[in-house]
Design a protein around this ligand. Structure first.
Ligand code: SAM
Length: 303
């Protein structure tokens, strides 16, 4: 795609360079995260969302949905590893795992590490937009490589609808969705937490990306935690360094109805040597540390 003739609300020319700027009046008015573009790799309007993929000069290939960065090749592992290994390593025996969203397939890549370890036995992924999977296979090959794995059951449908209809019970449910503006809107409501609980096995654990974080909109985050606590007795908030998300940080809400569980402490640990072999971000140390918040945020969020 010729950059000089390409038009998109998030792409503009600054001097003789082309830049992507992530803007959201709703979520982060008055600030933006920018990346210099070397090439536009693909752009389309799927039935669900605007999909833009470009090559940046510093963060590798970048997937953008509705103008919001989903992942970059440089730092995607931080998000994928934390959202996956926090619940898996907190559960005594996570055999059945459900992923809602997750089209870039990075979470599946991480879950397969636990299949190889004989812990996870089946992975169901429910993604609404198969275009995201197809494009990720082509442009994010290090992420989208295991969606055809024999233990993966891939379903192309609305995750909300799937949860309403399913009679299956899962040990871990990971909501790896896009932000509320778009097809993921319903995921940030009490009703969604109720559906999660309904599909959860006894002592099961859920985790979701919170869309906001302590710097962007702490009031929204507080509200999301209140909603989670209406349904779950044990709710915690974990955060991750993420330079490619506006404000440099990603937040995760993790919850269970097992009141005895300390989500902050991993139940299972690998040796340091094994951690270095299979992880780039996660470790049992990071697991606990990711829950430690600055004072004002801890007080504000009642944690
Ligand atoms: N790491 C990401 C981020 O920045 O938040 C999320 C990654 S993943 C690309 C998000 C996926 O959620 C997208 O592929 C999107 O199509 C999917 N999604 C959004 N709404 C959905 C729904 N209602 N049901 C299933 N999948 C949905």
């Amino acid at each position: 795609i010729d950059l000089q003739t390409f038009t998109h609300a998030s792409v503009s020319k600054q001097g003789d360079k082309y830049w992507f700027f992530e803007k959201s009046e709703e979520s982060f008015p008055g600030q933006t995260f920018g990346l210099e573009i070397s090439r536009i790799l693909y752009h389309t309007e799927s039935p669900f969302q605007d999909i833009l993929i470009f090559e940046s000069t510093t963060f590798g290939n970048v997937l953008v949905l509705n103008g919001i960065v989903q992942c970059t090749e440089k730092d995607e592992f931080a998000y994928q590893e934390l959202i996956t290994h926090l619940p898996i390593m907190s559960h005594p025996s996570p055999k059945k795992v459900l992923v809602i969203g997750g089209g870039d397939c990075g979470v599946i890549r991480e879950l397969v590490k636990h299949v190889e370890d004989n812990t996870v036995e089946s992975i169901t992924m429910v993604e609404i937009d198969d275009m995201v999977i197809k494009l990720s296979t082509k442009f994010l090959p290090n992420m989208a490589k295991y969606h055809n794995h024999p233990k993966v059951n891939l379903r192309i449908e609305d995750g909300f609808k799937f949860l309403k209809e399913t009679t299956e019970k899962f040990d871990v449910i990971i909501t790896d969705s896009s932000d509320p503006e778009g097809p993921a809107e319903e995921f940030f409501q009490v009703n969604y937490f109720k559906l999660l609980l309904n599909a959860l096995a006894k002592k099961g654990i859920v985790i979701m990306q919170s869309s906001e974080n302590i710097w962007l909109n702490i009031d929204y985050l507080k509200d999301l935690l209140v909603k989670a606590r209406i349904v779950f007795k044990n709710v915690a908030y974990s955060q991750c360094y993420m330079p490619s998300y506006t404000s440099g940080q990603l937040g995760l809400v993790i919850a269970t109805n097992d009141e005895e569980k300390t989500l902050q402490t991993p139940l299972r640990r690998f040796s340091e040597e094994k951690e270095s072999q299979i992880f780039q971000y996660y470790s049992s140390e990071i697991h606990s540390a990711s829950f430690v918040l600055p004072k004002w945020a801890k007080n504000k969020l009642d944690l």
